[in-house]
Design a protein around this ligand. Sequence first.
Ligand code: GAL
Length: 983
Amino acid sequence: MKAQFLSAAAVLALVAFGAQAAPAQPSHKITWDNRSLMIDGKRVAIWSGEFHPFRLPSPDLWRDALQKMKATGYNAVSVYFPWDFYSFAQGKYDFTGVRDIDRLFTIAEEEGMYVIARPGPYANAELTRGGFPGWLVNQKAKARTDDPAYLAAADEWLSQIDPIIARHQATKGGSVIAYQIENELLETTPSHSRYMQHLADKVRDDGITIPLFSNDIGRNGYWVPKSSKVEKTVPGPTDLYAWDSYPGGPCMADGTPGGLHAAPDFGWYSQGGAKGGSSASPNTPGFTSEFGGGWFDFWGSDGLYTCLANRIGSGYERVFYGTNIANGLIIHNVYMAVGGTSWGWLPGPIVFTSYDYGAGIDESLGLRDKAQTMKMIGGFIAATGESLAGMQKSDPVASSNPTIKLYHNANPDDGSHLIVAMHNPSSAVTKDKFSFSLKTRDGAYRIPAEGEIAVNGQDAKMLLADFGFLGQHLVYATSQLQTALKTADGDVALFYAPESEMGEMVLRYASAPKVTVLAGQAQSQFDAKTGDLRLNYTHSGIIRLRIEGGGRAPLTLLIATTEIGKTFWHDGTVLVRGGALLRKAKADGGVLSLEGDNTASETLEVWASKPFSKLTWNGDALTLTKTASGSVETSSLSAPEPVKLPDIWAGTWRFQAGSPEAARDFDDSAWRKADSKGGTSTVKPPLGQPTLTADEYGFYNGDVWYRGRYEGTDAARHVDLTYGAGGAGMMQIWLDGKFLGQHELPTGADRPQTYGTVRFDLPEWARKQGSHVISVMVRNNSHNWDLQADDAHKEGRGLISVALAADTGPRAAVPIAWKIKGLAAPVADTMRGPLNNGGLDGEIKGFHLPGDIDTSWKVAKPDSVPAAPGTYWLRSHFDLDLPNGDVALGLVFGDGKTLRSAQKYRVLIFVNGWNMGQYIAHVGPQRTFVLPQGVLNAHGANTIALAVTSDGDPKNKIEPVHLTVLRNARGGVGPISFSTPSK
Ligand code: GAL
């Protein structure tokens, strides 16, 4: 039998994944041609999704994410490793706990997932500094060039991460199959080329032997392998050419989708020269290293994730990914497959805490409908395996109806054909019907022989012809293949199409087989001349047929509606209908042990490749009833136990004022003098003023405080400040302990203002002679990314310049002696790392940490604490005892629905010391914050600490907060360790 069915099990066998502790794994050879990668000589379609472990500070849940990816059709995971996350200071790195990437690779190996590793040094990914470490901001050398100082820094990082990646390469028995250098480097000067070459040489020196690629910012032909030799492309030190694209279109700021886009042809079917042409790299496989699986959302929007999940939803996946498959993009990475949380100070200025992305697997690791569609597409890819990966563009096939276009590819090795059918243009959503003529080795056919095929709404169909699977032969089908499985009782194949559409399927036999319709309705006719058995039916429920004899193994055909197709799970060893997730199947001595999730008491229907007489679901034995379809129907699964949540708002809260730095007499003797004249900020103070930006003093993340002393004068009537604070950043100012006001950077655009200028009037009394103290707090909502490779990440944060001004005329040359305080790197909290905290007094004193620091604090109802401008802290403790299973919780502010509150305040949310995000009540849109188990102690004590910042107006009091259940399924990945120390 040809190895056409590259099931998940086969993928496992190919890469021979194993536990890290196991003896050395066999190494694998990765080769490629212009059709696909080959692993140990076998063609493989790499169906990958992006997952960011650094956006999930609970390593036990990394396995949950990978299991869910695998169950929803992915065979690979692509991962950025932002330098920043792992570097505590120059020369100081950490790869433990939430930074334990060895563990991630091991999990991927154990779960049978290939890995695409993307360590940068630049990432982007809507991260502060695009993933560059804080300390790099102070480097004069231009980043992402061949300046030796920058190269030395980059080498320092690569020397740390490469050995970890190297020992997990497929070529060393692991599962990492490709390595990305840089990301979207759009400058292509000789200096940039030398930089790229330097990275590649370094990576090779570090023992990386898997293929290298970069991620071109669109299909420009930048950094194509040198062997490509295509005009107008930019050669680079790469083995494969890869690029990204987000053609699905965004949602509008008001949360509406806007008009649908048509899917571009980015490969074999594109027109034109090298830039938009058939290939910028003719000798390497089609490779999209990021293809939109959603989009990010920004401060002040109307909350786009639901809209994005629908717009970049099931229909989009079929049309756009279908177009990609037709175009030969056989290495395909969906960005993002799994949403994440930009906790702490991870988020770049554009985005707020939730990086849900409208992804198939949402931020809380719940499966959206679009993930079920991916399961079906991934099932098709696994079931067609080597055939699909070996296809080429074939002769044009005409559609009977010009409103439908057809892509036609064929595999010259095994003769199989793929027809991808969709609207023309693919943005159309009408209901159109068509037929076409196709010649295969089986003969010439009008497909379908009876009636027509429909494409209805935003949809595309991937149809097979002359396709061998298991031991069966499909002449063609107008229903789509979801999966196929060999069992002791014969073969099983699952096909699908939308409800009430007509379907036709032709299978080839040596002689007339016996056809039994087990359920639903279907007509069959056998043509003895050709050996064709033709089946005609209308999709409704599940049509079940049993076909026996005719020279082949018996076949159970399941022809489902698309919606019912979504209820099947398959991993290459079992086919299961029902349940909310299938995580694992193990057959041993007649016992089939299934692990998975269920949200209700329901039965399962199960087929398996190995015979079994006992079946367990998460260890519970189920009773089995045999069906005529070769499956068993199980007894009902136990329903999940209800989740009981404490009413935290009604609990005991204690409070503490949090801005002592504002007081005139505050002791700042230990603070650093801010008197530098140097600095790298792209925004400079006027000549003569000191450099105030926080980076210059080693304070890279979070809030920063300043205190400036000056001698009063009548000319000092106003204070003008320029400050850098990222998206939705803000500053507050006091004079001699009196609050002058605050300023917030405007939001509402997806490229927010990141620094601003503001004037405050100084009171009469401050114009008198004598010494005065200005106190300023800047909420630094992170640094810019370096998308354009122009050092934008060096734009200063904190105060940039301050001048005292008269009413008219030049600014008074009143000198101000400044001091600064932030959280100095390297931070002491090595568990949570450098991005967890800034320099608030409470953060430095540990008000955010679990423990009993608050016992002496006053008890108060959180919405009735005495209002004062600045920051105050609220703390409360609560116990949880969650049922074991896949239980996800969130923290909700207010009613959870209002986009922007009338109250103006912001909150840093600390749970057991972890900074799980920032709520800005009047900016929005995020109201619910995902709190993963692991950060939460699911079985014991938890501490919540809220750092609330406002102007002190009693109107701007905090809204009620409560816990909410985002998901409750029985099953789960197993116990999630809670390792937070009690202090
Ligand atoms: C790409 C970039 C990613 C991410 C994405 C948008 O251009 O490579 O890092 O920023 O856009 O989410």
